[in-house]
Design a protein around this ligand. Structure first.
Ligand SMILES: CC(C)(COP(=O)(O)OP(=O)(O)OC[C@H]1O[C@@H](n2cnc3c(N)ncnc32)[C@H](O)[C@@H]1OP(=O)(O)O)[C@@H](O)C(=O)NCCC(=O)NCCS
Length: 185
């Protein structure tokens, strides 16, 4: 499966992505603000992760995409969306390789995944969390149309420190309003 944007091609991960994922996600700054990326990033972890998300994809419980440059195919990050069919909701998470930060890539990918959630999967709600010490991620979520719902206090323990997490979401009707506003007359 593939999703396109102006600059990006989001595609389902394959095992050959493992070395690149280990390299990019292995950067201390990527691990620092994520709940589930270990540092140092162990050998074999990327392969296991890819196998896991491929399984989710088969079972239709989650969609995890390589964020690649549309022209060169270069993998620059990863974005995932969970899919809970009973409640038609899912959690979105993402990371971008440090060299590519600050170019709007996470925002472009997040907007496209939200569109996929509502248009292709007919979901009702997409939500995402970010560590309170990660304003860039909060900004990505806001730019993708998500609203702050609240703070989960000391929800994650990272390197021995409890971290507050801000949760944001977008509902189907809010997405519909956004797209109506932006569509040409
Ligand atoms: C968070 C992350 C995904 C952002 O990726 P990105 O491609 O650089 O994001 P974008 O360029 O689309 O948007 C970043 C926004 O944050 C803003 N920003 C960056 N640093 C910031 C800071 N310290 N304080 C406030 N805003 C900040 C940018 O200015 C930009 O907003 P703008 O367009 O209004 O100027 C990336 O830094 C990353 O992968 N971090 C490590 C992993 C991670 O934290 N993942 C998210 C887990 S919830």
């Amino acid at each position: 499966m593939e999703l396109e944007t102006d600059r990006l091609l989001l595609r389902i991960l394959r095992q050959t992505d493992a070395p690149r994922i280990q390299l990019l996600a292995g950067h201390a700054l990527v691990a620092a603000t994520t709940s589930n990326i270990p540092h140092p990033y162990p050998d074999g972890a990327a392969e296991e992760f890819i196998q896991h998300v491929q399984q989710q994809y088969k079972q239709k419980t989650g969609y995890t995409f390589a964020i690649t440059h549309k022209d060169t195919g270069l993998l620059m990050g990863v974005i995932g969306l969970g899919f809970d069919a009973a409640n038609l909701h899912g959690e979105m998470g993402y990371w971008i390789g440090v060299d590519y930060w600050g170019n709007g890539i996470a925002t472009e990918a997040a907007k496209r995944v939200i569109e996929f959630a509502f248009e292709a999967l007919a979901m009702h709600r997409v939500y995402a969390g970010c560590f309170m010490n990660n304003p860039a991620s909060g900004r990505v979520q806001e730019k993708a149309g998500m609203q702050l719902e609240g703070i989960w206090r000391e929800h994650y323990k990272k390197n021995g420190i409890y971290i507050d997490v801000a949760y944001r979401s977008i509902l189907q009707q809010e997405y519909a309003q956004l797209t109506t506003k932006h569509s040409p007359e």
